[in-house]
Design a binder for this molecule. Sequence first.
Ligand code: BES
Ligand code: MN
Ligand code: ZN
Length: 497
Amino acid sequence: MRFETWSKSITTLDVDCVIVGVFEDGELTAEARLIDRASGGRLAKLLARGDFPGRLGETLLLADLPGLTAQRVLLSGLGARKSFGRKPWRKACTAAIAALTRTGVKSAAVALERPNADVLDDYYFGRAVAELTGAALYRVNDLKSGKKPKPAALAQVLAGPVAGSAARAVARGLAHGSAIAQASAVQRDLGNLPGNICTPRYLAEQARALARRHRSLTVRVLEEPALRREKMGCLLAVAQGSNEPPRLIVLEHKGGGRAEAPVVLVGKGVTFDSGGISLKPGAEMDEMKYDMSGAAAVLAALSFAAAVKLPLNVVGIVGAVENMPDGKAVKPGDIVTSASGQTVEILNTDAEGRLVLCDALYYARRFKPAAVVDLATLTGACVIALGHHHSGALGNDETLVRELIDAGVRADDRAWPLPLTEEYTEQLKSNFADFANIGGRDGGAITAAAFLAKFTQGMSWAHLDIAGVAWQGGAHKGSTGRPTPLLADFLLRRARA
Ligand code: BES
Ligand code: MN
Ligand code: ZN
């Protein structure tokens, strides 16, 4: 896909299709008016007949209007003028691109009316056009044996009208947005793969493949003997009930100064979470193949950093395991020793994510990180608290948590703060070990983070619970590619790129 800006008159643009907006009351936007005038009032006539009500998300493809270089015009409804803003604009843009992917259109110019610059500036406009196009073109990597549908013809999208320094900002946004869309697709592909294919070894192989593809990336994979040497008793306890051997994957992007402290991203990579001996109920258990979405987001973020040559040192650490019940599986009541030396009473084997993360987070320490952010589909409780709209954001450094939340707002991939105060830690008390791996039902998303906090002392650390946002169930079951856009924005700001 090629992304560019456009600036000359819409009537002479050399593309297969121009996309213009129409408001609900039949009001033509500025670009639509130019087309209307050039074509002898065709649009006004069509609207007067009531043929296009301008409802948000609806589109109408028109062919061969006189007075235009472009053979086609796609009208995209912008909804009511008074509620127009960033969100409706995104929806109209997505609907338009999606409509074009079902046609033979190869090149299109986005000429939709834009919301005010204070809600969508030039840079984020370009970024959104590329990201939304990438998302509209994404096809699930299904394993259906029938013929694959033909890929969409769309190969070039122009964003405008913009000129001068604004055009440069849009072009930068387009480049970043395109890289974010590709990174999101990396996350989605990994997430959508079934657990029998996307195993810990497979994740390690994919990390190696990324490192082969990008010069700035180096990879290291720790196998069982190395994990034992590192005394990762918690991670190994989760893995011991599975036939799939665990892996700790370390993927590094060296884009900053040699002595510069890196940002470390840590991902939960439970390639299937059956719950272990604390077996999950059967309904929707298949969705626990998505329990490696944090890991997938880490690999995606590193591929993004490499693709845009981010001037920043970034380390990705993935704890990859499968959580299964068998004769060797860890049992409720078992006590294990983490890499940090702290002992943990495993009261519920389904609270396995934190056991994987605690050893991976401890490993992060050796990089003397400027900041550590972990991403994990950690708790059902977070889904109860925030639904599917926001990731939960917690940590021991309020500035870092705020940084992530702000990145989520800019990236349209939002997170919301949850309080991580000391009271929650008390719920983890154990009679037999330093602490337990669960803290009861109340505040479950927070007690999970309180557990992680025991392993991140002295580091600037934040945790994103992405259990509600990383995939959707139901008829449109699939990975969403979140929180890759948030992470990309966070890294871009850290790099001041
Ligand atoms: N992977 C799950 C969390 C999860 C559940 C995410 C449902 C999305 C949807 C995690 O490993 C888990 O099982 N957490 C338990 C923790 C509990 C045992 C303290 C949970 O949330 O029920
Ligand atoms: Mn679990
Ligand atoms: Zn899990």
